[in-house]
Ligand binder design. Sequence first.
Ligand code: XMP
Length: 523
Amino acid sequence: MHTHQQKILVIDFGSQYSQIIARRIRECGVYSEIVPWRVSDEWIRSFAPLGIILSGGPESTLGENSPQIPECVFHLGVPVLGICYGMQAMALKFGGAVESSKHKEYGAARVSLEQECLLTQGIEDRYQEGALAAELDVWMSHGDRVTRIPADFRAVGVSANSPYAIIANDEKHYYGVQFHPEVTHTPQGQRLIERFVRDICGCAALWTLDNIIVEAIRKVKESVKGEHVLLGLSGGVDSAVVAALLHRAIGKQLICMFIDTGLLRHEESKKVMDVFAQHLGVRVIAVDASEHFYAALKGVSDPEEKRKVIGRVFIETFERESKNLGDIPFLAQGTIYADVIESAHASHSAEVIKSHHNVGGLPKDMRFKLVEPLRELFKDEVRKMGLELGLPYDMVYRHPFPGPGLGVRILGEIHPDYVRILREADHIFMSELVAKGWYDKVSQAFAVFLPVKSVGVVGDARQYDYVIALRAVQTIDFMTAHWAHLPYELLDIVSNRIVNEVSGVSRVVYDISGKPPATIEWE
Ligand code: XMP
């Protein structure tokens, strides 16, 4: 059996948690995909899921033109689990009632399990002898609630604000939960999802790392045959994992190109060459294009303009250098599932999932056929695959780094000397975060170069030099972020080292802005 033989479909009503639902299913060893609720019945039938989960969503089922459950969902003869909005939509569909509640329920709640059902059997947070029912600790986030359940459903669980916190139609295997089992604040959530996916839908655990790698290698070999494949290595996780995977699949037929934009971090190009060329034996062509980038960026200070220039010079360099390599029919890209979902949702339809160009925004009219072996994987799966393929931990678990590199971390115009200062300062900051065990506790951290001069005193001499800002944030999705409360002692060491060791810096500041309103990057 192959990894996609038994799978679950997540129908998305716009919930911020939909991707988490799909990840939880995969953590049970079962392949899952997310599609927008407007997907056609035809698509759902051809996907042939063994079970369906209806997500939550920001809208009200009572609103005009509210998102609807696709018609065929209840004609496939497979179990269905509705979460929050998904449960309310299912209740309405079968003749139940939903009302807007005056009391929004947001946060931790307790559900009393007043009746047994297959979904919750043996799953509880506490059960006291003599108590009326076992209890589940759950996470709620809803305004509306179900106030009457359809005739063929039973009320299984109740919370203070939801008379129907869990409902079940045992015969059809339709279940509804008002809370969110997918979030970690529901401690038994993963077990509930596993119960649904493995026991109720009957999916075997075929989605395992070993199987995924074996299949990905087989697919690549089948499509590429004896031809060559070109891959742009960026130093980021996704392209690194594609390189390791393709190298394992097709060996010397893979040619990687690594463009040094001059805007990379400390020893980044050396590290990439060490890992890929020396350690793994991958064919890597290193192109030092820093002078081209610096020349094109001269006099450019607007952030968006800088991004455009960097993107353009990247493409020009890639095209020019790839022509020298002769006729290579395939181009590999590190597109991952998040990119695919984004394009599908932007177009409101799973059918028009487009290829997402993420390697320096390479244009579509390049003559290549695409190889995208990570298209179905979430970031955490990509990372696990990278480790399994022998990539070093610190490369696979590195913080994200923007495509335009240090270019958007030097405010205003870029000068090679500013790059040198920023690189050294950033390296000190990163080394200290790693040494003090803080690197993995923050989601992203970096230094920013401020082209303003400030007065300082070093020894007896007055110094008039630049300012470095340190930024460290904690976030789940990078859409919102909190500044990290790094220990003062750590900031103290970093600040001292930067001022003492990096010539050209007289002052270090720490950025204490959240997102919103401030973005994570400064430009
Ligand atoms: P902001 O600054 O928008 O950043 O809060 C959110 C996340 O996106 C990254 N970022 C970029 N990544 N090209 C990229 O590939 C870019 O132009 C770019 N701008 C920001 C940023 O590092 C953070 O992780």
